[in-house]
Design a protein around this ligand. Structure first.
Ligand code: PGA
Length: 257
């Protein structure tokens, strides 16, 4: 973390878990577990149908609400899709873009990710852009090159003044939902590299203002060490964000003076 230049953001990614009627219980449990959170922003990225309940229940807690996907199109004949304007109108502030599960199971490419990033920023929302390599790519020594390509593609056409709103999440695919976390050293190396790529496009001032999270089996046991790395400015947390005690412990690790 480096709180002088950028925000620390702890974001939960509920994936396809929890129904709208389960949101209230979660919010009440979380409220009882976290004190005054001064040093980090908290976000819950929930399924679309949970978003209205999330916005109601998390308001007092100062937890921002995010979606997990959005259409790249503004409106029209796109059955089953949800637009940035619909999310904005509801009070959603963040959108996860390009999660590896969407790239893998729903055919999202670097190009669709880029279009979604542009649409999210245009609407004044904050994209949480996910990048990360497969185990095969890591074993072949391709991690840094692959992640550079993903970062550059995601940012094509993004104006420098919009970069303050962009959050990156480095999520090695082999660490997601596997219980196998990247070591703090591995995570720090790639987050540092992502910042260097941003610096090469936008310069040092912009690069140091961008929040870069780590995600992939982050939990109450390993959060402190990961967050102690200067280029890791928070986490995108799947499994552990479903359990109020575990999510609160990660928030508390980020919220230490
Ligand atoms: P995980 O998921 O914490 O369950 O590994 C992280 C993510 O996919 O965002």
């Amino acid at each position: 973390m480096n709180r002088k230049y950028r925000k620390t953001v702890i974001a939960g990614n509920w994936k396809m878990n929890k129904t709208p009627s389960q949101v209230k219980d979660f919010a009440e449990s979380l409220k009882a577990l976290i004190g005054r959170v001064k040093w980090c922003d908290i976000v819950i990225c929930a399924p679309f149908v949970d978003l209205p309940a999330g916005i109601r229940q998390f308001k007092d807690l100062h937890v921002g609400v995010g979606a997990q996907n959005v259409s790249e199109h503004p409106s029209g004949a796109y059955t089953g899709e949800v637009s940035v304007e619909m999310l904005r109108d509801l009070g959603v502030k963040y959108v996860i873009v390009g999660h590896s599960e969407r790239r893998q199971y729903f055919g999202e490419t670097d190009d669709t990710v880029n279009k979604k990033v542009l649409a999210v920023l245009e609407a004044g929302l904050q994209p949480i852009v996910c990048v990360g390599e497969s185990l095969d790519q890591r074993d072949k020594g391709l991690t840094l090159d692959f992640v550079s390509c993903q970062v550059k593609a995601a940012l094509a056409g993004v104006a420098p003044e919009k970069m303050r709103k962009v959050i990156f999440a480095y999520e090695p695919i082999w660490a997601i939902g596997t219980g196998r976390t990247a070591t703090a050293h591995q995570a720090a190396e790639v987050c540092h590299h992502i910042r260097a790529v941003i610096r090469s496009i936008y310069g040092a001032r912009v690069a140091r203002s961008v929040t870069i999270q780590y995600g992939g089996s982050m939990n109450d046991q390993n959060a402190y060490e990961l967050l102690a790395q200067p280029d890791i400015d928070g986490g995108l947390i799947g499994g552990a964000s479903l359990v109020p005690e575990k999510f609160a412990a990660i928030i508390n690790a980020a919220n230490q003076e």
